[in-house]
Ligand binder design. Sequence first.
Ligand code: ZN
Length: 278
Amino acid sequence: MTPGVHRMKLGAMEVIALSDGHLDFAPENLRFDPEAARALLVGSTAGYPPRIGVNCFVLRTAGRCALVDTGAGDSMGASLGALPGRLAAAGIDQGEIDTVLLTHIHPDHSNGLATAKGAARFAGAELVVHADDIAFWCDPAKQAEGPEPLQQRRAMAVRQTGAYADRLRPFAAEAEVFPGVTALPHPGHTPGHSGYLLASEGETLMIWGDTVHIAAVQVPHPEATVAFDIDPQAAVASRRRMFDRVATDGLAVLGMHLGFPGLARLERSGDGYRLVAG
Ligand SMILES: [Zn+2]
């Protein structure tokens, strides 16, 4: 067992969870009754104030290798940015990664794309991301729009994705974007936020991205949003749609902010849901 590295099999596909580290989530960034949130979090695995993991996933299939999300790089302090070390510990050469799939553009998911000098960290990889995230974060005409934190995130997005400008492969609708991997747009958290459905030899697994940030609150209460949701109403609708699908189909999920390795299942419980071990 290597810390922060967890290997799984899905049919003929190898799925390797890699921890980029963790972040402390300020409770005021949760849009939910503060006392009720506190009561749900105290005693949960996240604790109070909540500390959540940041997970990335490597997919190996048919001689190909994809990385789903890149962690925070060196942009969010020492508790994050572990991905390059985890890849090495798992015996994965960065040059082996031929595709980077992003669930969305946000610092903890996309700031590991480029090196400190602005070069592509995954030099042989195409970058796959929903076109609406490219349009929202990377349009030069929008760089000065919105409040200061949004402008800062836009500047980071331009810098990170710019290193891949000549091998950017955006998608705009549900589509197979890698062998056995279908992109599923679930907009709201960001305009192009997407899950990825993995399928191999009849087995399936859903990478649900940031469908959930704070599981102890948002699983029983899908209406709870976070300050970073660009369109909170759409984020709730996407969360409900994703919850309904994975609960109905009995799909195991991998979440970027579920406790490492991020694997779980969802069951209906009263008006809401509950997470069970994957
Ligand atoms: Zn996130």
